[in-house]
Design a protein around this ligand. Structure first.
Ligand SMILES: [Zn+2]
Length: 478
């Protein structure tokens, strides 16, 4: 049986039900690497083991949620994150024991939920023309899933491309949370003095969510408060192909709603524990063609991100090529946010791993910011320098209430709005616009030299019988 289908038959009852709480029992799941042949029903039952993913022919990853001192008998089981802030692996008897580190010390220099909230509220209050603070919903423990929206309200473009950064989806991966704040401050503070930033902000609608899992951060846990891994909780077009919010975690539902409300052109979700740009797919796309339809553009974006992040650009070996890897080549997972948003919401969404250590000391944050600043800003810019199309009739009216199909770069997307944004590769791109009742149009965008390609696309209605498709002709007589 496929390993990750066994998932969650064992709910985390942990120390509570077993009544054997002692110093080395585990009250939070710990990620381990384990030889596949050691996972059987007895092991799963004994350690309340939750499989996560198959790594290669030999190893799998999963979570130990209960253990007693001295129970592990093999040296082949390894804790994955040696910097886990709650437990460390005792190399002598392979039991977990509690770390002596004071959690408050760990958090020093990081913004906790209240500080984060205050900071975002202050920024929004002092920059009302550029920002607004909104919430996508609430976490299990009722914390707001804040995002700061940066959009110059005085700059009235017909519509602007929407770009989204989400960080801290895994509560103990915290670098992205702080870099989100640094990015927000940088965009706001540089706006009046830096033409490049002003151009970006004037031509974009930027959403930055510093924490998708505020409960996990407060509890120093990867999971949300229901011990669910949010990056395994989204509809998966292979393993769980039902694009529905039913039975998903509140944090997952909030992000799904946010995507229903807004079409995001470009998105990154930021993690920690490695250093790379992770490309779709995360799941092995054995039911559709292997490559993501927008592979060409996202590969270009990933290469640019990794190149301007010097430490990332040096990551090679295994599936990594200068800091870039396909998710499924690194390790396959099901239910990732990236795959869902690419497959079901027509976005271009990648995953960035920002730091090998998930929760580094706060004095290192400035260096992480320096490593990522250019990459983060440039990625946002690639949204604003794309094609921005207004689909109109010959009377000059926007064509409303009809599905508009855009084919470009090997991907077909259907929009409910006549105001359309597509990122452009650096070379030529052919775009075809098809709307029922109108003669379709194909045109080529040339290298636009890092300026947005703004164009009204005027479509002629089909007046002659010979213009109609076979289906349209038969509809006339029905
Ligand atoms: Zn993560």
């Amino acid at each position: 049986m496929k390993l990750n289908i066994i998932i969650l038959t064992v709910i985390i009852i942990s120390t509570v039900c077993c009544g054997k709480k002692n110093d080395s029992s585990i009250d939070k799941p710990i990620l381990i690497r384990i030889p596949k042949n050691q996972i059987n029903e007895e092991f799963i039952e004994k350690y309340k083991f939750i499989p996560d993913h198959v790594h290669d022919d030999r190893y799998a990853f999963g979570y130990i949620t209960y253990s007693e001192s001295g129970e592990f008998s093999t040296t082949e089981i390894a804790i994955v994150d040696p910097n886990s802030i709650h437990y460390q692996l005792d190399p002598k008897n392979l039991a977990y024991k509690k770390n002596d580190i004071d959690p408050d010390e760990i958090q020093e220099g990081y913004h906790d939920y209240n500080q984060l909230t205050n900071k975002l509220e202050t920024i929004a209050a002092t920059n009302p023309n550029l920002t607004s603070l909104e919430s996508a919903g609430k976490s299990v423990e009722n914390r707001e899933l804040w995002y700061l929206r940066i959009n110059n309200k005085e700059k009235n473009l017909l519509s602007k491309p929407k770009t989204l950064y989400i960080a801290n989806m895994h509560g103990d991966e915290v670098v992205g949370r702080e870099l989100s704040l640094k990015l927000i401050e940088s965009l706001i503070n540089d706006y009046p003095i830096n033409p490049r930033i002003r151009n970006l902000v004037d031509h974009s609608d930027i959403f930055i969510m510093p924490s998708m899992n505020p409960d996990g951060f407060e509890n120093r846990s990867r999971f949300n408060k229901n011990y669910k891994d949010l990056n395994r909780n989204f509809p998966d077009f292979v393993a769980d192909p039902k694009d529905s919010q039913d039975n998903r975690e509140p944090e997952t539902q909030a992000i799904m709603r946010l995507h229903d409300e807004h079409h995001f052109l470009l998105t990154i979700n930021f993690h920690g524990g490695a250093l790379c740009f992770n490309l779709p797919w995360d799941t092995i796309a054995n039911k559709i063609s292997q490559k993501f339809a927008d592979d060409k553009i996202i590969s270009e974006l990933a290469r640019e991100y990794a190149t301007t992040n010097i430490p990332m650009s040096k990551v090679n070996g295994g599936s990594f090529d200068r800091g870039v890897t396909y998710g499924y080549e690194w390790y396959e997972i099901n239910g990732s946010m990236q795959d869902w948003s690419n497959f079901y919401r027509g976005s271009i969404h990648g995953t960035v791993e920002l730091s090998r250590v998930k929760w580094p000391p706060a004095y290192q944050l400035e260096q992480f910011w320096q490593n990522n600043r250019e990459s983060m800003i440039h990625f946002l810019e690639r949204g604003s320098i794309g094609a921005h199309l207004a689909i109109k009739s010959i009377e000059g009216q926007l064509i409303q209430d009809r599905p508009i199909q855009i084919s470009s770069g090997g991907r077909q997307l259907v929009y409910k709005t006549p105001l359309i944004h597509r990122p452009l590769p650096l070379n030529k791109q052919q775009i075809t616009v098809e709307v029922p009742g109108f003669i379709s149009k194909t045109f080529v965008t040339e290298g636009e030299n890092f300026k947005g390609y703004y164009k009204d696309i005027i479509l002629t209605p089909k007046m002659r019988y010979t213009d109609l498709t076979h289906k349209e002709r038969s509809n006339i007589f029905n």
